[in-house]
Design a binder for this molecule. Structure first.
Ligand code: CA
Ligand code: CA
Ligand code: CA
Length: 175
C-alpha cells in the first residue's frame, strides 16, 4: 500500500534536486559576470600588439602599436605614446584615450562618453557616437574627425582639421 505512494514522492524529490541544481548552475555565471562589473575600475579585455594588458592604465610602446579594448570606465587611461598607433575601443564610458605624438587612428565602435585626445600630428578619429559628456579633441596637426551622432563636443584644435560630425558642438573644424 505504501509502495504505491512512494514513487511519486521520490520523483518529485528528484525533480526538486534537479531544479535546484539547474537554478544553481544558472545563478553561477550571472554572479561570475556581475562581480567584475560591480568592482570594476579596470579596462576590459585590452590587448597591446596582441598581448593582454591589465588596466586601469594601458601603455603602448614608442613604436607603432595596435591597441584594443572592449570597454573603458572612469579611471581607465590608454597611452598610445610615440609612433603611428591604431587604437580601437568598443565603449568608452568616461575613460581617457591619448593617441600621443604620431599619426594615430582612433576608432570608437560604439559610444564615447569620456575624453579622446588624438595628440600631436595629423590623426584620424572615427566614432559611431559621442555622448553628451563625450569630448573628442584633435589637438595640433591636421586631423580628420568623423562622428555619426554627436551630443558632446568635438574640437579640432590647432591645424587644418576636417570634421564630418552630425549635430552637437563642433569647434575649430572645417566642415
Ligand atoms: Ca606607440
Ligand atoms: Ca597623434
Ligand atoms: Ca587639429
Amino acid at each position: 500500500m505504501g509502495n504505491g505512494n512512494r514513487r511519486p514522492v521520490r520523483t518529485a524529490a528528484r525533480w526538486t534536486v534537479r531544479l535546484t541544481a539547474v537554478t544553481a548552475a544558472l545563478a553561477l555565471p550571472t554572479a561570475a559576470f556581475a562581480a567584475p562589473v560591480a568592482a570594476s575600475s579596470a579596462a576590459t579585455n585590452c590587448f597591446v600588439n596582441g598581448q593582454p594588458q591589465a588596466g586601469p592604465e594601458i601603455y603602448g610602446t614608442a613604436g607603432d602599436d595596435d591597441i584594443r579594448c572592449d570597454a573603458l570606465v572612469s579611471g581607465d587611461v590608454i597611452f598610445g605614446h610615440l609612433g603611428n598607433d591604431t587604437i580601437r575601443v568598443t565603449f568608452n564610458h568616461a575613460g581617457v584615450i591619448n593617441g600621443g605624438p604620431g599619426r594615430d587612428t582612433i576608432r570608437l565602435e560604439e559610444e564615447n562618453t569620456g575624453l579622446i585626445q588624438a595628440g600631436d600630428d595629423s590623426d584620424d578619429v572615427i566614432a559611431s557616437a559621442n555622448g553628451a559628456l563625450g569630448r573628442i579633441h584633435g589637438n595640433p596637426g591636421d586631423d580628420e574627425i568623423q562622428v555619426l551622432l554627436n551630443q558632446g563636443v568635438v574640437d579640432g584644435n590647432e591645424g587644418n582639421d576636417t570634421c564630418r560630425v552630425n549635430e552637437g558642438t563642433v569647434l575649430n573644424c572645417n566642415p
